[in-house]
Design a protein around this ligand. Structure first.
Ligand SMILES: Nc1ncnc2c1ncn2[C@@H]1O[C@H](COP(=O)(O)OP(=O)(O)O)[C@@H](O)[C@H]1O
Ligand SMILES: [Mg+2]
Length: 403
């Protein structure tokens, strides 16, 4: 592995860190203030923030580092004097990837820098599979988010990706909560919908009028995300057929050009019909063996069922503090490329869920928010060559079918 290039932002008091950060195998650059950021040698691997020149705070410095195009993606380790939770949150929200509290133990600093460097290099090795701008219905895009295992972050990914799309195209993206005993999307967005999917199913038997849908059943979030909420009452959606699912999605797509569906983690006709109709099937995976096993089994099932599903987009959601499986392990286990990894955080997601302000809106410069933004860009086919649908639509059977 080539030398690790580390940028230390500190002052004279940072001298003790130099022994660790400048050890053999590392190339250390030291600066004292943000005005020197522009002249930092390229391709840094880790940034360590130890001190901010007054009146700036460490969080200000975090934002300044993130504002430099060459450093926007480089992991940041911030070292603070207090174990105050608010300060920690402020740093994470400003874009820090890890926070250490003084006094700093040499071996711990060494290990954290090493871990940040490794994680960053691995995520850069991931090459997203080709996304194309074309969709099944011209000018309309249906994205579904699913995982055969519950609790892996399906709703978190749906909501934040929708917000990232709304940031580009406000009022042009709808979230449909198809989860049985749903309602979580509304909670995550802190919305209180008057009507839910259950009402729509009951009220509409045939064609769904786009005007009525927009005016009556979609609840608007300040971000410009429109929500067709799930019903928190048990029972209703469990009875939904595949045909009904397709009819509702077609109806929403006629009213709103981009639709993203939270499919939850059950497997029934509703889910299969939605996956079959989708332009992009995002499969959320956590890096643990039970999840990988059920996702693998699900892919095999799709391959054998003759499904017309699009090639899935695998999103690894790091819900664990410690990384025991590498992206390589995950790709081997699934025989699939991983498209993007959503980083772990002990506080941001939980706070987001409790406050009804998703990470994308509440902590826009944080690492998770930036990853959701990248995911949205990939799904929308930004920067992708527009190629004929046949290339994309080769169907899952071709990938997972036995040979
Ligand atoms: N990368 C992550 N790091 C830490 N916690 C996470 C992460 N992703 C999701 N969570 C938390 O995990 C819990 C389950 O997420 P949720 O999206 O509701 O899962 P699902 O919809 O698959 O059941 C939520 O409390 C959420 O805030
Ligand atoms: Mg959920």
């Amino acid at each position: 592995m080539p030398d690790t290039r580390i940028l230390l932002l500190g002052n004279a008091a940072s001298d003790p860190l130099v022994k660790v950060l400048g050890r053999t195998g590392r190339v250390l650059t030291r600066i004292e203030g943000p005005e020197q950021l522009a002249s930092v040698p390229p391709d840094q691997h880790v940034v360590v923030l130890d001190a901010a020149p007054a009146p700036r705070t460490l969080a200000d410095m975090c934002r300044e580092v993130r504002g430099q195009p060459a450093l926007a993606e480089v992991p940041i380790l911030a070292i603070t004097a207090t174990d105050d939770v608010e300060e920690r949150i402020a740093l994470l929200e400003a874009g820090a990837d890890d926070v250490m509290i003084r006094p700093v133990d040499d071996r711990e600093l060494d290990a954290r820098v090493e871990a940040l460097d490794l994680r960053h290099r691995r995520s850069r090795e991931l090459r997203p599979s080709t996304f194309v701008a074309t969709t099944r219905r011209p000018g309309r895009r249906l994205i579904v988010v699913y995982s055969p295992k519950g609790g892996v972050g399906t709703t978190t990914v749906t909501v934040n990706t929708a917000l990232a799309i709304a940031a580009r195209q406000p009022d042009q993206v709808a979230v449909v909560d198809f989860t049985p005993m749903g309602g979580h999307v509304a909670t995550y967005l802190n919305l209180v919908p008057k009507l839910t999917l259950a009402d729509l199913i009951r009220d509409s038997q045939g064609m769904i009028s786009p005007e009525i849908l927009r005016a009556t059943y979609l609840t608007r979030h300040v971000s410009g995300v429109l929500l067709l909420a799930g019903s928190p009452a048990p029972g209703t959606q469990a009875l939904m057929t595949g045909e009904e699912a397709t009819r509702i999605l077609d109806g929403v797509l006629a009213a709103i050009p981009t639709v993203i569906v939270d499919l939850g983690s059950h497997l029934d006709d509703r889910v299969m019909a939605s996956i079959d109709a989708a332009d992009d099937a995002v499969i959320v995976v956590t890096p643990d063996f039970p999840t990988l096993k059920s996702v693998h089994a699900f892919f095999e099932f799709l391959g054998q069922s003759g499904s017309k599903a699009a090639e899935p987009t695998v999103v690894v959601n790091e819900t664990f503090a410690l990384q025991t499986l590498t992206p390589g392990d995950i790709e081997n286990a699934l025989s699939r490329r991983v498209t993007i990894r959503i980083p772990y955080d002990p506080l941001l997601y939980l706070r987001a869920a409790n406050q009804g302000t998703p990470v994308y809106s509440g902590a826009p410069t944080s690492q998770p928010a930036r990853r959701f933004d990248q995911l949205a860009g990939l799904l929308l086919g930004e920067d992708a060559p527009a190629s004929p649908p046949e290339q994309r639509r080769r169907g899952i059977a071709g990938i997972f079918g036995r040979n």
